[in-house]
Design a protein around this ligand. Structure first.
Ligand code: HEC
Length: 109
């Protein structure tokens, strides 16, 4: 009996490992994120550090998002999991979201 419980605990621990074992999870590629941003976000957002032309009061630039202390990666991720700004067709995959966050984080603050 005690042995079964020990085995069960061991199994549970092993089952929990893959959740953290994937080393790359949550770590995106900023260059890939830049591509995604230019494709999907640049219609509304200013996605480059230097591009000021598309910035409006309504739509924050990516540089502004990078500087925004209320938009840490966890909040960004939750935000990007849902369409926004009247763009119902935009559904980003997890890797795309990781890449976008990595890109936004790579912008100078
Ligand atoms: C159709 C226009 C449009 C597109 C395309 C668009 N956005 Fe937005 N976005 C907005 C508008 C408008 C707001 C501000 C209002 C809101 O939060 O819905 C916004 C807000 C945001 C915010 C929140 C900023 C803050 O400080 O609250 C983030 C983050 C963001 N967008 C990221 C993205 C990313 C990443 C993409 C590309 C995958 C994208 N957006 C594409 C229009 C757009």
């Amino acid at each position: 009996m005690g042995r079964d419980i020990a085995a069960l605990i061991a199994a549970l621990i092993l089952a929990a490992v893959p959740a953290t074992g994937h080393a790359q999870s949550g770590v995106g590629d900023p260059m890939a994120g830049r591509q995604v941003a230019q494709t999907w976000c640049s219609n509304c957002h200013s996605v480059e550090v230097s591009a000021q032309t598309l910035t409006t009061d309504v739509v924050p630039s990516f540089a502004a998002i990078a500087r925004n202390p209320t938009m840490p990666p966890s909040v960004l991720r939750a935000f990007l999991q849902h369409p926004h700004g009247q763009m119902p067709d935009l559904y980003l995959s997890r890797p795309e979201i990781d890449d976008l966050i990595a890109y936004i984080r790579s912008l100078p603050r």
